[in-house]
Design a protein around this ligand. Structure first.
Ligand code: ADP
Ligand code: ASP
Ligand code: MG
Length: 405
């Protein structure tokens, strides 16, 4: 007997027919004698709809009411799945975040899990009940509903798997595993049998939304065995594992892209010690996450251009902060939100030279201009014109030998 946590994403519970298919899959694990906890997302498209209603009725909305509205979709699917299971003869019950409870901090819209009440769930599971839970939601210290950020049901599932010391956490989605690149834009992408936590963390944070970044960080910290697999076909998916479990390490394991970046150039900044500190501390004070950075001095050395990227929905706020900062003198600010960050990721990069050179040459051969570069131990990212996203990702996929045979 194993204790397993299963998570079904929005497309897996998109309609009643699919919820019945999910129920049959859960029943199979239950019939095999396992203790089963299940998390569901809202039906595909529901959360987007709820978010758009909130934004329409109140553009500068109260974050607590945002969470109250956008968490609603998961309540429906959790109840429906419990009913579908009961109809198959499986004892099942549904829980909302507050009923479990999933205690979080008060950062509405991006709350972090602090503590999970597992006692009731454990005794139910031991007594043969399948626990079906609404993902993406929790409750704060002041008893308000919170949500964990878009894609947060992945994190609900991994967090519970860690708290229950589960043997497995299976994330069912609309692809049959983690691929070398988003299979929607790279038809030649290959399914990976295994990927390391570290690579998955980079892939997710650099744009591959197949798992929410926080869920991967949590799995890595608590050594949760996460598998990504399809709810539509019956095949093993991709296991996220420790590096030691991978025998043949690839230099590059995957390519990711993120379109939600915007580039800012502060032109003609007066060049003096502490200027970078002034620019980036004022942005940090405004809670703006700066990602890639480059600085170019003018020929006489008196002025400098500082270019960096921020999330595109923070672009206007960043511009306002810089324009109103008294201690930063500059000629003008240029912005561009029509950019994409393309990243190549692989733990093998630590011991192989030439990965960056291949990236730059491949893009140059396609006539694609690189605007900013950033690197870390296991990834290289470049910022390019968004128009070339597919061309660049496909060309790099081929250049690193990742194309399916
Ligand atoms: P769910 O609703 O099940 O949580 P998501 O839409 O959040 O599903 O995540 C699955 C999607 O992630 C896939 O449909 C795919 O387009 C996208 N994706 C991006 N990069 C990758 C990748 N490297 N491997 C697999 N899927 C990827
Ligand atoms: N329904 C939420 C969303 O669309 C959470 C999730 O699906 O993981 O972001
Ligand atoms: Mg998701």
């Amino acid at each position: 007997m194993s204790r397993i946590v299963m998570k079904f994403g929005g497309t897996s519970v998109a309609d009643l027919e699919r919820i019945r298919i999910v129920a049959a899959r859960v029943k199979k694990e239950f019939d095999d004698g396992n203790q089963v906890a299940v998390f569901v997302s809202a039906m595909a498209g529901t959360t987007d709809q709820l978010v758009s209603w909130v934004e329409e009725i109140s553009p500068l909305h109260d974050a607590r009411e945002y969470d109250s509205v956008v968490s609603a979709g998961e309540q429906i699917t959790a109840g429906l799945l419990a009913l579908a299971l009961q109809d198959l003869g499986v004892p099942a019950r549904s829980w909302l975040g507050w009923q479990i409870p999933f205690r979080t901090n008060q950062v509405h819209g991006a709350a972090r899990i602090e503590e999970i009440g597992t006692q009731d769930l454990l005794s139910r599971m031991e007594n043969g009940v399948v626990c079906v839970m609404a993902g993406f939601q929790g409750i704060s210290a002041d008893n308000r509903v919170t949500t964990l950020g878009r894609g947060g049901t992945d994190t609900s599932a991994v967090a519970l798997a860690a708290a229950l010391n589960a043997d497995r956490c299976d994330i069912y989605t609309d692809v049959d595993g983690v691929y070398t690149a988003d299979p929607r834009i790279v038809p030649q992408a290959r399914k990976l049998e295994k990927i390391t936590y570290e690579e998955m963390l980079e892939m997710a944070s650099l744009g591959a939304k197949v798992l929410q970044t926080r869920s991967v960080a949590m799995a890595m910290n608590h050594k949760v065995r996460v598998q990504v697999l399809s709810s539509f076909i019956n095949e093993p998916g991709t296991m996220v594992v420790d590096e030691e479990e991978i025998v043949e390490k690839q230099v590059v394991s995957g390519i990711a892209y993120a379109k939600n970046e915007a580039q800012i150039t502060i032109v003609g900044v007066k060049n003096k010690p502490g200027i970078a500190s002034d620019v980036f501390s004022s942005l940090a004070d405004g809670n703006i996450n700066v990602d890639m950075i480059i600085q170019n001095e003018t020929e006489d050395g008196n002025k400098t251009d500082v270019t960096f990227t921020v999330p595109d929905n923070d672009l206007e706020k960043a511009r306002m902060i810089l324009q109103s900062a008294d201690d930063i003198e500059f000629d003008t600010i240029l912005t561009d939100s029509n950019v994409v960050k393309i990243s190549v990721i692989g733990v093998g990069m630590r011991s192989h030279a030439g990965v960056a050179a291949t990236m730059f040459k491949t893009l140059a051969d396609k006539g694609i201009n690189i605007q900013v570069i950033s690197t870390s131990e296991i990834k290289i990212s470049v910022l390019i014109d968004a128009e070339y996203t597919e061309l660049a990702v496909r060309a790099l996929h081929t250049a690193y030998g990742l194309d399916a045979a």
